[in-house]
Design a protein. Structure first.
Length: 395
């Protein structure tokens, strides 16, 4: 069996909304449908009935995104009912996992044209109530928020594995001696790069605002923040000696992203020049409390599969779950030029709608490679419960 080349024809995303912000009134299945419809609409030569499958990442799935949000997006977007859809969950890596699974299906000949993406509405994530152990309990019952992090934790899990995500970032800061000042400087740079990218129109070709919502750009980008302003924020997780704050961590967000993946035959049908070609991917595991360092080995393995090195990279989108986490990864990649990392800003500024982020990163790398005309790019994320995921693209 020959392995087929897989191309990214186009990629779109919504502006990323803040928690309780402009997109909080929009259901996640509607957000997903919006990017699917916008993506397919931009490739006018492609018959939507030719789409073999739709893969969508979704980290929560406990609310309006239940019951296979990928299939819901297909139906709500007005695609033919013959187009199937499957939802995948690798927590923060779900959107990138969807892209990788879609690419794998094409590479093996199981599909020719596939839409892949991700969605999350952290604003609309519900509270859930467990069923009681026995009927008619007399006491009060607890609601669990599904917005982020551990809930209904299995008591068999070791306590050191189930620390909060923020405490995990603090552990990475401890491991690599990363100071509060370094984290705040990294966060400031994220906002500055994102603001500059928006001002230069670098996101105009990939961001598709949601109809009826007054949000034209990412809602959490702070153009005028400063080291002084960031320095005034109190630590969020450790009251004594903590370094992780709301200012040097990614916010809670809403948004969706989608990419069109094809083989050679599908590419001819689109009549388009591809943005990039998918070269290799890798996933790895790590101790859950050190989840922030998950990308370290995944990136090395993906580059090895692609027969590439850090020196070959022209751009690298590394999800900024926390500044400490990103700086920890960079410390373990001394061969990498940090200047090529997140050149248009990262998740601290842009936002991190969990299930959508990986698709956003992959789409951003593809657009950056297309703008440059050639090169090798990489997208990678850390993942809660201790995983890392990476994807190599080329043009």
């Amino acid at each position: 069996m020959s392995i087929r080349d897989v191309y990214i024809v186009d990629a779109v995303r919504t502006p990323i909304g803040k928690f309780g912000g402009a997109l909080s009134s929009v259901r996640p299945d509607d957000l997903a449908a919006h990017v699917v419809k916008a993506l397919v609409g931009r490739v006018s030569d492609l018959d939507p009935a030719r789409i073999d499958d739709v893969y969508f990442g979704d980290a929560n799935g406990a609310g309006e995104d239940n019951r296979d949000v990928a299939r819901m997006a297909v139906l709500l977007a007005g695609l033919p009912t013959s187009v199937p859809g499957v939802t995948v969950n690798r927590l923060c890596g779900s959107g990138l996992e969807a892209v990788i699974q879609a690419a794998r299906a094409i590479a093996l000949g199981d599909a020719s044209v596939v839409v892949a993406g991700g969605v999350e509405s952290m604003s609309r994530a519900p509270w859930v109530l467990q069923k009681p152990e026995r009927a008619f309990p007399a006491g009060h019952q607890q609601l669990h928020s599904t917005t982020l992090g551990w809930r209904m934790t299995n008591p068999r899990m070791p306590a050191e594995w189930t620390v909060s995500l923020g405490e995990g970032a603090e552990l990475v800061a401890d491991k690599h001696g990363i100071t509060r000042e370094q984290q705040d400087a990294f966060a400031l740079a994220s906002h500055q790069k994102a603001a500059e990218a928006w001002a230069k129109g670098l996101y105009d070709g990939e961001v598709v605002p949601y109809d009826g919502v007054d949000l034209a750009r990412d809602e959490c980008v702070r153009d005028n923040t400063s080291l002084e302003a960031l320095g005034r924020l109190k630590p969020s997780f450790r009251t004594d000696g903590g370094t992780v704050t709301a200012g040097n961590a990614s916010p809670l967000n809403d948004g969706a992203a989608a990419l069109l993946l094809v083989d050679e035959e599908g590419l001819r049908e689109t009549g388009r020049e591809p943005l990039a070609r998918i070269r290799a991917s890798a996933v790895t595991g790590i101790e859950p409390q050190l989840f922030g360092l998950g990308p370290v080995e995944a990136v090395r393995r993906a580059l090895g599969k692609a027969d590439r090195s850090f020196a070959d990279l022209t751009t690298f989108e590394l999800n900024e779950a926390f500044a400490a986490q990103s700086l920890g990864c960079l410390a373990e990649w001394p061969e990498l030029d940090p200047q090529i990392v997140n050149p248009r800003g990262g998740a601290i500024a842009i936002g991190h709608p969990l299930g959508a982020s990986g698709a956003r990163l992959a789409g951003s790398v593809a657009h950056q490679l297309a703008a440059a005309g050639s090169g090798t790019g990489l997208a990678a994320l850390c993942i809660g419960v201790g995983q890392g995921l990476a994807l190599v693209l080329e043009r």
